[in-house]
Write a protein that binds this ligand. Structure first.
Ligand SMILES: Nc1ncnc2c1ncn2[C@@H]1O[C@H](COP(=O)(O)OP(=O)(O)OP(=O)(O)O)[C@@H](O)[C@H]1O
Length: 305
């Protein structure tokens, strides 16, 4: 399958000196769902913000993030206005965290959906909004789209956002914790709808259990670096950080989850060695000096190959 998104050595420093991403390499193939996992502050949302050029003024970005549309490559890092117009809502669809927070309570749900055309100075063909809504499982769409966000459940409203994100058939859909405001049952079906609707999906999700059902591959971020990537990460974590992350997730019938030891590093300071080493029970002396690179899907010298 063709690679539709190629990220190389991507680094982001916010204006206050926070190094949110520190050299990330990732590929996403057509038809694939890649999940980005990692605890709060690991850089997941920052990566999506780079692709959509939504970083605050004064942020420093180096490296590259190329969207490849059938041989035409568009660089998201430092994109000019014309490129941005092609990327945002065109080649890149976006679904956010909280469907109610992302909606204007005074607009009908149909108006929200039609905005996906208007934002690109287009008019939806007759019945096109209803057709999109039905494609993501909203029944009686004509009547329901006349209703307002407060008349919709979170799960249904998130489907409307998914419908809106997919209006122009984006090559890549970016979803930032799209189920964090939903209960567990709704989360699973919403993710399945999102997965079915997207051509390629970059899914930010801190909960590895949800990821397991929909993602083809998982990349685990820690302090702005990919520390592990693979197909079987939620079931068979290898990096000590990923293991701790899995153990920290509550699982029915497994007793109380184990809290991750220690605290996340201060990303405003220069980090030497593996950023996880101060919290890692298996760290070698060299881990405090050398930052391990990804080798066979895991950035850790302790993990057997
Ligand atoms: N505008 C900003 N200015 C300065 N630092 C920021 C800004 N936005 C995010 N950060 C910092 O950058 C780092 C990465 O944040 P980011 O939001 O990308 O993490 P995340 O993994 O998406 O976390 P969460 O799951 O909580 O959304 C964190 O240390 C965060 O505090």
């Amino acid at each position: 399958m063709a690679t539709v998104l190629k990220i190389r050595d991507l680094a982001v420093t916010y204006p206050d000196g926070t190094q949110a991403l520190r050299g990330v390499d990732l590929d996403l193939a057509e038809g694939e769902c890649l999940a980005l996992a990692g605890e709060s502050g690991s850089g997941k949302s920052t990566l999506l913000r780079v692709l959509l050029s939504l970083l605050p003024k004064g942020s420093r970005v180096t490296g590259s993030a190329v969207v490849d549309d059938d041989g035409t490559s568009l660089e998201a890092v430092g994109a000019d206005r014309a490129t941005l117009r092609r990327l945002r809502g065109g080649l890149l669809g976006y679904v956010g965290q909280d469907p109610h927070a992302a909606a204007d309570p005074l607009w009908s749900v149909g108006r929200h959906l039609r905005e996906a055309w208007r934002a690109r100075r287009m008019r939806p063909a007759k019945g096109a909004a209803e057709e999109r809504a039905e494609a993501v499982g909203i029944t009686q769409a004509r009547a329901r789209l006349r209703q307002y966000p407060h008349q919709w459940s979170g799960g249904m409203l998130q489907r409307a956002h998914i419908a809106g994100a997919g209006v122009h058939g984006p090559l890549v859909t970016l979803a930032d914790e799209p189920t964090s405001a939903l209960d567990a049952g709704l989360a699973a079906t919403t993710l399945a709808v999102l997965r079915a609707d997207a051509r390629a999906l970059l899914l930010v999700c801190h909960d590895l259990r949800h990821v397991a059902a929909v993602a083809d591959r998982v990349a685990v971020l820690y302090a702005g670096r990919v520390v592990e990537t693979g197909v079987d990460v939620p079931a068979r974590p290898r990096h000590p950080y990923t293991k701790a992350l899995v153990a920290a997730a509550p699982r029915p019938g497994h007793g109380l989850p184990e809290e991750l030891p220690g605290t996340s590093p201060d990303l405003r300071r220069e980090l030497t060695g593996c950023a996880f080493a101060p919290r890692c029970g298996l760290a070698l002396e060299s881990c405090h000096r050398e930052d391990p690179v990804l080798d066979d899907g895991v950035a850790c010298p302790v993990v057997p190959r």
